[in-house]
Design a protein. Sequence first.
Length: 474
Amino acid sequence: MDERSRHRQFEAQFHRQLRARAGAVLQRDLPADGFAVVSLPDGIDHVRATLTGLGHYDRKLLDELPGTQAMGYRFRKRVFGPISRVNARLRAQVLAPIEALIEGQTPGPVGREEVLDALARYELLPKRERPTAVAFASATGFTAEAKSLVDAERGPTLILMGGREDGGWDVTMPTRLRSTGWAKLFELETQDERLKRLLYHLDKNASLLDSRGISVPELAAEVGLSEEQTEALVRRACRQDTRLLTVVHEGTLHLSRSPLADEGQTMSLWSRIRKLLGFKPTVAEQVRMLTTQRVQLEQQRKELDERVDALETEEREAVEKGAAASTVVEKKQLAGKLVRTRRQLRRVRAQANVFSQQLDIIGTHIHHMTLAQQGKQVSLPSAEDLTQEAAQAEQIMAELSANADLAAGIEVGAQTPMMDEEEAAILAEFEQAAAKPETTGPEAASPSKAPSEPAASEEPPPPDDKSKARPEMS
């Protein structure tokens, strides 16, 4: 799919999701009782003006470019009985990088000037037709300078919605709008779509998920949501995939994945009873507890690795400064710092080595327990069953082979002696026709001519040696 088609698809998706979202949150979150949607010429006028400024007057090119659609929403609130009034006017449009798409370049995010130019068109409208809010969308997102315009106090309320590579939305809106019900209108993703996007990032970072885990703040930055929304998605993902588990380390929630799935809520009550009675935990419970311990150790080793990196940087800087020092005093000072740094570095490395050995032991134990449990989950036949079935299969194959050979030896044909004689005569006729030389010319066309009569062009046969030729008469 080329860039133009991708941007047109994004434009259709934006308008479709926004209209569906308006109908979904109406009378539930929005302070409105109804709305109407009309198509406006803002988009196609903007694209046409851009093409005119670039010197392009191709009608076909205008149809191929995105950004030609613009929608106007009128939300009405019932005042008394059938009487209602318009309490909000929203205009939605996609801002597309027209020049980059025409030149075949890779489009970048929409900048501040493009947003200001789009807002300037609404100042020329009559006061009753001016929108109270404007939603601009872009498949390539918006720059930081453009996002800063949403906090402007003058003009309509500005909402910028940038498309993400994972299929989500980066919504930038004023702070005053987030606390109102109108903010629900621009949450175009459903909870299922957000969960699907979260699982996509978990699969993308599977190595971290299976080792030290991923913190909720890191996931929030990856998914593009707040930490509260990300934590709710994490809880839902844990209910959907029983291998996922959460670990709290130093007040931060981390998400990790166990090799074995949880046995379910029905077994959790039985597990508590087993624990009260002093029974040993199940293999799945042991693996999950070991996984929790491994995540905590991984987080501690990560902190030590960061300290090691910082101390190694200090060591390199001290060596470089000591080599460049010109006085003995400065070299002695740097030498003292380098001694302290290297002593601390040895201690931190020793601590990190302890964590590494502990993690190796726990990882090996988890690996062995997982293999043993997975081997028990599948009931395999015993050696006696395998031997018995193999003997039966071998006997059946031997009988089948013998019967096939017997059937091939006693097969009776349906050919009669008379049919054999007729076929032999036909084959002899075929051979005679193949051995007869081909003749061409008028001799082949006159069958009445005797084959023994010599042709006119042929030479006469040589005379007999015993007879003498007569002299020719004059």
